[in-house]
Ligand binder design. Structure first.
Ligand code: GLC
Length: 458
């Protein structure tokens, strides 16, 4: 934690960045101010991601072709559907049910999520907000401002809200095509004036950061080495967002940061600079040893794709999802777990079931997740550690049959150990050993997935 704060101060603005920031009237932020802005996010540790749009209608099938795996939010690209064909076929079918947004927000709350990030616009280009820039939006499609419905429902549950906004656009006639970006077959950049699209992008973003009250996160997606940064006029775009939402957090996907996708090894972190965003986003991946000195958030699907796919039954178990959450947090990261609602907004029962199980676990063990930081110790074979001042949380995945658990303690002076699930906090017998401590545990684990032991220390 100390190391993280230091790094932020140093990296915040390079000399060049500082001058440019001043020229752009961007207020230079101190590390204290940045830490204050990041505080809720670092405390939260767990959020819900929602991929929902027109692609939720075909749900993995087009003209008889079916896809069982992968992101079918990409069906327009997978099936190489021209934009006008895509729009004409799907917009008339888009009929969200009443109350879908409340169902999402309540599900996130039930699971113990503290924030919800939803796709305001994905690569297909369809906007969920009421946009004055296009008729390819929810208001024109179904006469509703779905962005507003989701933001209001999320805030009503006391959760922070974020918008995933794609900079890639398969609908806008002047959007970038090629440059290494996923592009629908047959579409080239020839004759396109991309600056027209970038103006459109900025105007739509300004609509969502000025028309819906506080927005807590903008989750950009995504860039490639040949189309990143100033291809989107990123500095101007981020300044525009910060001007209207000074406390907002932004990820770093206006830039093609490999660290964003692969995470992990320190080599890639060389690319990291908080001028590019407040946090980086390993995808479908948990960095082996975390990302020291950087705020990071692993985003992950429950099956193999982000958007709803009626053929994708490759669901991860609740055990895997809970142990992933613990693993991510034990390395100092946030976990953004995805759901892909059906076309009318209904959440698949498999997702509800998993969110319910995670929520039950968080009801008992949330203390060992919220507001914790990375483990000060190597990860033990039997599980993970998370930490708070004067508390080490041992998350036991594999309960010792012999009834004794070897725990690292370093030079911590452990004063008491007890099961977090035990409301009475009955002390466990603790013995000092050459390598640390030996805890005497009851025969049966309180939880089959992860049982938490609290080690209080001074
Ligand atoms: C990838 C996928 C995109 C998805 C995103 C979520 O970029 O291409 O469809 O929205 O990951 O992280």
């Amino acid at each position: 934690m100390k190391k993280l704060i230091m790094a932020t101060t140093v990296v915040l603005f390079s000399a060049g960045g500082l001058r440019a920031a001043e020229q752009r009237h961007v207020k230079v932020e101190s590390s204290q101010e940045r830490d204050a802005r990041m505080a809720w996010w670092r405390e939260a540790r767990f959020g819900m991601f929602v991929h929902w749009g027109l692609y939720s209608i075909p749900a993995g099938e087009w003209n008889g072709n079916k896809w069982e795996k992968g992101g079918l939010e990409w069906i327009q690209k997978r099936a190489n559907i021209p934009a006008d064909v895509y729009e004409k076929a799907l917009v008339p079918q888009f009929k969200p049910k009443d109350g879908f947004a409340e169902e999402w927000a309540k599900t996130a709350k039930m699971a113990g999520c503290k924030y919800l990030v939803f796709t305001s616009k994905h690569h297909e280009g369809f906007a969920l907000h009421d946009s004055k820039q296009t008729t390819f939006d929810a208001m024109d499609a179904c006469g509703r401002d779905l962005f507003k419905e989701i933001v209001d429902a999320t805030k009503a549950e006391g959760l922070k809200v974020g918008a995933y906004h794609s900079v890639i656009d398969w609908h806008h006639p002047q959007a970038y095509a090629g440059f290494g970006l996923p592009t629908v077959k047959g579409v080239t950049n020839e004759g396109r004036d991309n600056s027209v699209y970038v103006d459109y992008l900025h105007k739509q973003v300004e609509e969502i950061v000025t028309g819906y009250g506080p927005i807590d996160v903008i989750w950009w997606d995504f860039s490639k080495p040949n189309c990143q940064g100033e291809s989107w006029r990123a500095k101007e775009l981020m300044a525009l967002v910060r001007k209207h939402q000074p406390n907002i957090l932004m990820n770093d996907r206006l830039y093609a940061a490999k660290a964003s996708f692969i995470g992990g090894n320190s080599g890639l972190l060389k690319e990291w600079s908080s001028e590019r965003g407040d946090f980086t986003t390993p995808e479908q991946h948990i960095p082996d040893t975390g990302m020291d000195g950087v705020d990071w958030e692993t985003c992950m699907t429950m099956n193999t794709g982000w958007g709803f796919n009626q053929f994708d039954h490759n669901w991860k178990s609740s055990k895997v999802l809970i142990q992933n959450l613990v693993d991510v947090v034990s390395k100092g990261g946030n976990y953004l777990l995805n759901i892909g609602p059906k076309a009318d907004g209904t959440i698949p029962p498999e997702s509800i079931e998993r969110m319910k199980t995670i929520g039950a676990w968080m009801d008992v063990n949330g203390d060992a997740i919220y507001g914790t930081v990375a483990s000060p110790f190597e990860k033990p074979a039997w599980g993970r550690y998370t930490a708070k001042p004067h508390r080490l949380y041992a998350h036991v995945f594999d309960w010792p049959a012999a009834g004794t658990l070897a725990v690292a303690s370093g030079n911590l002076n452990v004063t008491k150990a007890y099961l977090l699930a035990d409301g009475k906090k009955a002390g466990l017998r603790v013995e000092k050993t050459a390598d640390g401590l030996a805890l005497a545990l009851p025969a049966k684990a309180p939880d089959a997935i992860a049982s938490v032991i609290v080690l209080e220390h001074d």
